[in-house]
Design a protein around this ligand. Structure first.
Ligand SMILES: *Cc1c(COP(=O)(O)O)cnc(C)c1O
Length: 399
């Protein structure tokens, strides 16, 4: 592809990308190197919770960059304390560890659970370390989080796996019970499986899991890298089910587009000792200042109810498409929603939508028979209507 004097093949190839280079983004819109505009329902992969380049992120970055960028993780800094305090205030957790990606936050959760399992041994006096996870789950791309993930094929690509992650079936409590051993220390899941195709855990299942884990002295870990930070219409997904987990991880939306993630835990589980966990960039003031600015917007009066409203509106429009085109229905919470297509036309829709003229539409198909929608949480109903109208055009052509 012609783009500039620079060579695209200087980048290590890790995936196939369309022959476009994006140069600007504002709100729900992105612009490519030729000046074509796209309505963006990917938003950096559910990352830009306030859209592209929101004013509060620009301001926080500029202000903090002038003040202090990195004093080193060996010292306290003000933005990280401020953001941690805000997260504690708005959640059921007592302590926060900051990381730079969702995978790293999950690594932290896994390490914390294993450490806790050393301090809370089984009846035979042995360490507990097994963490039950779920088929089709996604927890990240490090070796441990790939091993924890239930993505088909991931058990063999970089074999051998990190041991200790038996897989149960989502929404089947007996499949979890069957995997319990005297080495089990925790159960870890996404309240709504995101990459797996927006598959929600049922409230009954979440409550049964909490009961089972409490009864067996196990930790309940929720991976809210995708469901957290207002995505489901609640600040955190666990609120949908009325359960109190022991550990939660956050990523994606927490930074509003910049690399920031977090692991939160309850006091009784906060067992790390000096040297157990850390990282050069963890909790740096530049990123945590952004996180604080983003969280302030999310908890402003009326914001979360508006996410739920917009989610319901999007769901109604997707149901309308379902009727009109004979599709298989929608599912999800808030502004994390999927449209079931009933046949494997997802990738074709994604390409056709992107190639529309004069403006394109960016969509995601995590599975060939499904589209996932992850707009900015401040998307307008007008921007939902426009997406639905463009998608209708594509579906009409593919009919
Ligand atoms: C995206 C995602 C991750 C991984 O986050 P990275 O920042 O890409 O490491 C982990 N868990 C869930 C549920 C995710 O959606």
């Amino acid at each position: 592809m012609e783009f500039s004097e620079y060579d695209i093949d200087s980048l290590l190839s890790i995936t196939t990308r369309p022959p476009l280079v994006f140069t600007e983004g504002q709100g729900m819109w992105m612009t490519d190197h030729k000046g074509k505009r796209y309505l963006d329902y990917l938003q950096g992969w559910a990352v830009n919770c306030l859209g592209h380049s929101p004013q509060c992120v620009q301001d926080a970055l500029a202000l903090q960059a002038k003040k202090l960028i990195n004093p080193s993780p060996a010292f306290y800094n003000e933005p990280s304390i401020r953001l941690a305090s805000m997260l504690v205030k708005h959640s059921v957790f007592d302590r926060v560890f900051f990381a730079n990606s969702g995978a790293e936050a999950n690594e932290g959760a896994i390490k914390l659970a294993r450490k806790w399992g050393k301090k809370n041994k089984n009846e035979a006096g042995l360490d507990r370390f097994e963490i039950i996870t779920f088929d089709h789950s996604f927890h990240g791309r490090t070796l441990a989080t790939m091993s924890a993930s239930g993505k088909p094929g991931w058990d063999t690509i970089f074999a051998p796996q990190v041991p200790g992650f038996p897989k149960a079936d989502l929404n089947d409590i007996s499949s979890v019970e069957k995997l319990l051993t005297d080495r089990t220390v925790a159960v870890m899941l996404e309240p709504v499986q995101g990459e797996g195709g927006v598959i929600p855990a049922t409230p009954e299942f979440m409550r049964a899991l909490r009961e089972l884990t409490t009864k067996n002295n196990l930790l309940l870990i929720v991976d809210e890298v995708q469901t957290g930070m207002g995505r489901t219409g609640r600040l955190f997904g666990y609120e949908l089910f009325g359960v109190v987990p022991d550990i939660m991880t956050l990523g994606k939306g927490i930074g509003g587009g910049v690399p920031l993630a977090a692991m939160l835990c309850r006091e009784a589980v906060a067992v790390f000792e000096p040297g157990d966990q850390g990282g050069t960039y963890n909790g740096n003031p530049l990123m945590t200042a952004v996180g604080a600015a983003v969280l302030e917007q999310l908890v402003a009066p009326g914001f979360l109810p508006s996410v739920e409203e917009k989610g319901n509106y999007l769901a109604a429009q997707l149901n309308m498409l379902t009727e009109r085109f004979g599709l298989a229905g929608e599912r999800g919470y808030g502004l994390l929603r999927a449209l079931k297509l009933g046949r494997d036309i997802g990738p074709k829709i994604v390409d056709s939508a992107r190639e529309m003229e004069p403006v394109g539409l960016l969509l995601n198909s995590p599975r060939p028979d499904l589209l996932r929608f992850m707009p900015a949480l401040n998307v307008t109903t007008g921007e939902i209507d426009q997406m639905i109208s463009m998608l209708s055009d594509v579906l009409t052509r593919l009919r």
